[in-house]
Design a protein around this ligand. Structure first.
Ligand code: UDX
Length: 444
């Protein structure tokens, strides 16, 4: 099939490259000329395992093209995917300017019947608006059918997710459009759920809100575990064995970040408000997450007292491992809070330093060497569970730090391993291990 993709951000690029890999002819377009030029050389503007080799292969085969000229992309496409950004407005609602502009541009450029398939996360009713915009600029005989086809790709495993998703959602009022999309996705052998457009739009928000709720729930239980002496890992394992609960998304820690959960939960609260429903549960999920993201700083003050003049090694900047993305990452809030408390911060991350520097500037130091980060540090805070951090021998904390205190926001180490070392260790929802010399005069 001849496919166009509007937007070469995370979702658009993965979608375009993977559809080309399936054998389709794909042309991706973006308003950012420099991004298109980079992509034409086979280089990816985003860090995603496996993406660049697949991008290069498909460029070479001629199945994949990039253009900044929307007319080139849309004029004879059979299916056009809209995968442009829906950033957050000040009030938490989703900004649909890019989506509406893409719809307008599609209407201006198409020269035959087309299926417009929305991958961007959009509030309920947006696909109706997309159809209205296209029709307003392109009167019949050209037909544009709209389909809501939300994506569930996770950063860091997006290619695997594309080819092995749990389900594909197709929301449309057009039977022929649903049949065509079904044909497109059939080789993936992923269950396809056909539904109406509005339900499909809601499925995306509800999925992300539910997963966010699982995380905040387990973090609340972790807080109670800490106070009662229970261990959150034992508890999560025990409840996860119940098939109705399931074992996933029960990892307690310093909360969720990234480009989806924080934005989509807020947008759903707003969406509910628009129809006079106060989404109390989701508001609490967001509140718990905000508290969780800066928890390491409160814990640090409990152990060390004042943080003034203390050197802190912040281990991990990305919102999760295997990505360079720092959007809504807990690390950023932790770094700012540490600076407000007059601590000095040196941050380690194997991939996200460039992106973090754009937000935090030079107020903190950065290093790509984990051991250098630990040198002479009073405290180490683990914000991302990178393998490099998980596999770091504990002896190195002892060798490099002044008197090792670790606040582990991602529960990277087993308590049994920690107990074999002279390290003070505070994690999330598990008993703390504090060495006597640290305890003197401190509130634990
Ligand atoms: C998420 C959804 O999983 C995906 O379906 C959607 O398309 C986009 O949003 P992503 O943001 O890439 O994907 O990351 P994900 O792996 O879901 O993790 C999100 C955040 O939750 C991370 O900060 C992670 O550290 C945190 N998390 C996840 C937890 O704190 N505990 C968990 O048990 C799972």
């Amino acid at each position: 099939m001849k496919i166009a993709v509007a937007g070469t951000g995370y979702v658009g690029l993965i979608t375009g490259v993977c559809l080309a890999e399936m054998g389709h002819r794909v042309i991706c377009t973006d308003i950012k000329e420099e991004k298109i030029q980079l992509l034409k050389t086979g280089r990816s503007p985003i860090f995603e395992p496996g993406l660049e080799p697949m991008l290069k292969n498909n460029l070479l085969s001629g199945r994949l093209e990039f253009t900044s000229n929307p007319k080139m992309a849309y004029k004879d496409a059979e299916i056009i995917f809209i995968a442009v950004g829906t950033p957050e407005n000040h009030d938490g609602t989703a900004n649909l300017d890019y989506v509406h502009a893409a719809a307008y541009s599609i209407g201006m450029c198409i020269e035959n019947d087309v299926i417009v398939c929305t991958k961007s996360t959009v509030p309920v009713g947006t696909n109706d608006k997309i159809k209205e915009i296209i029709q307003s600029v392109k009167p019949p005989p050209h037909q544009a059918e709209v389909v809501s086809n939300p994506e569930f790709l996770r950063e860091g495993s997006a290619i695997i997710d594309f080819f092995n998703g749990d389900r594909i959602i197709l929301g449309t009022e057009s039977k022929s459009a649903a049949a065509k999309l079904e044909q497109l996705y059939l080789p993936l052998k992923i269950p396809i759920i056909k539904t109406d457009t509005k339900s499909a739009e809601m499925i995306k928000y509800a999925s992300n809100a539910f997963l966010a709720a699982k995380i905040s729930f387990i973090n609340e239980i972790a807080a109670i575990c800490e106070k009662t002496g229970a261990n959150i890992e034992e508890v999560a394992y025990g409840i996860g064995k119940d098939k109705r609960i399931g074992p996933y998304f029960l990892q307690a820690g310093i909360g969720y970040g990234g480009s989806c959960f924080p934005k989509d939960t807020k947008a759903l609260v707003q969406l509910a408000g628009n129809v006079q429903h106060k989404f109390d549960l989701l508001e609490s999920v967001i509140k718990v997450n905000n508290r969780q993201q800066t928890l390491p700083v409160s814990l640090a003050k409990n152990v060390l007292g004042s943080l003034e003049g203390k050197r802190v090694a912040l281990l991990g900047l990305a919102f999760k491992p295997d990505t360079d993305d720092v959007r809504e990452a807990a690390s950023l809030k932790i770094a700012k809070r540490l600076l407000e408390n007059d601590a000095s911060v040196i941050a380690y991350d194997p991939a996200a330093v460039t992106n973090a520097r754009q937000v935090l500037g030079d107020e903190i130091e950065y290093t790509l060497d984990l051991q250098i980060a630990l040198d002479n540090a009073d405290l180490a805070i683990i914000a991302t569970e990178w393998d490099q951090i998980k596999h770091l021998p504990l002896e190195l904390y002892i060798e490099r730090m002044k008197s090792p205190v670790i606040i582990d926001g991602r529960n990277c180490y087993s308590l049994r391993d920690i107990r074999r070392h002279s390290i003070s260790y505070i994690s999330i929802g598990r008993p703390s291990i504090i060495q006597d010399k640290i305890m003197e005069g401190k509130i634990i």
